[in-house]
Design a binder for this molecule. Structure first.
Ligand SMILES: NC(=O)CC[C@H](N)C(=O)O
Length: 276
């Protein structure tokens, strides 16, 4: 099987790059951690890689808003790099937690939604000043760190192929997904782009916003992860790289039988297998 090469992008304040690179390597990829400064010196480095991963952490100290500064730097200085990964059709992009925050600020997870079709003219954004969706502060206004149950919707998302449910840790302050309006939410939902949602341990989602702590942030439609229309670009707030080994499960010592791996590993394997 061809081994895809993964660019794990680091910035000041990133703190999940080592374990994210490890998860990709366990899944069979070759992963390298590359600082954003190195890419800004030489954006052509991107052509060596097939997967771009933005890992979790506190890039630039979460100043202004989580992910904002890194997204701005990428938009201003790394447009070609994003084009290489997002638009070429041959590559994958994964944003985990702070990485999803960056992808949301870049607009790549909600691209193509919230457009108005003007008679005879090109599509226009319904309201250019307000993005179709964003991530904001958790309902209780604090950083929250806990394990959550997640259900996968019918979705084109490459990373979630053959996964129905996962149990993963989440750890964020600004992870509440909100859509601009009901139409945007419905557009994303009907395209299978609200790929991953907080659910009850049974896998059920009985209300549009499940109570805390099942939905740990109060986000619309219990959304935990969103993909683009192609399913190749995916962002999620929980941390799959923190559950790749069975012993990372909080109750692993009380389980009679240990699964071979943690529940997050399949996501990385799906990415690697996509290149087979
Ligand atoms: N674990 C993370 O990536 C944290 C994301 C971000 N710093 C927040 O608190 O919202």
């Amino acid at each position: 099987m061809p081994q895809p090469r993964v660019l794990v992008l680091r910035a000041p304040g990133t703190n999940c790059d080592v374990e994210t690179a490890h998860a990709f390597e366990l899944a069979g990829a070759v992963a390298e951690r590359v600082h954003v400064g190195r890419l800004m010196e030489n954006a052509a480095l991107a052509s060596r890689y097939q997967i771009l991963c933005l890992p979790g952490g506190f890039s630039y100290g979460d100043d202004i808003a989580a992910g904002r500064i890194l997204a701005t730097r990428m938009r201003r200085h790394l447009g070609d790099l994003m084009h290489h990964f997002v638009d070429s059709g041959d590559n994958l992009v994964l944003g985990i937690c702070n990485g999803m925050q960056v992808l949301m600020r870049l607009g790549v997870l909600t691209s193509g939604v919230g457009q108005l079709q003007t008679a005879g003219g090109p599509a226009e954004s319904a309201d250019d000043s307000i993005p179709p969706a964003t991530l904001t502060w958790n309902n209780h206004g604090r950083f929250e760190d806990r394990w959550v149950n997640l259900a996968v919707d019918k979705t084109p998302c490459v990373f979630l192929r053959d996964i129905e449910q996962m149990y993963l840790p989440m750890a964020h302050a600004e992870g509440k997904f909100i859509a601009r309006d009901a139409e945007v939410l419905e557009e994303l939902r009907s395209a299978g782009r609200l790929a991953l949602r907080y659910c009850e341990p049974s896998g059920e989602i009985q209300s549009e916003t499940l109570p805390f702590p099942i939905n740990p942030n109060g986000g619309d439609a219990n959304v935990a992860g969103v993909c683009d229309a192609s399913g190749r670009v995916f962002g999620l707030m929980p941390h799959p790289e923190r559950h790749i080994d069975a012993t990372q499960h909080p109750f692993w010592t009380r389980r009679k039988e240990q699964p071979e791996h943690g529940e997050g590993l399949q996501m990385f394997r799906n990415a690697v297998e996509w290149f087979a």
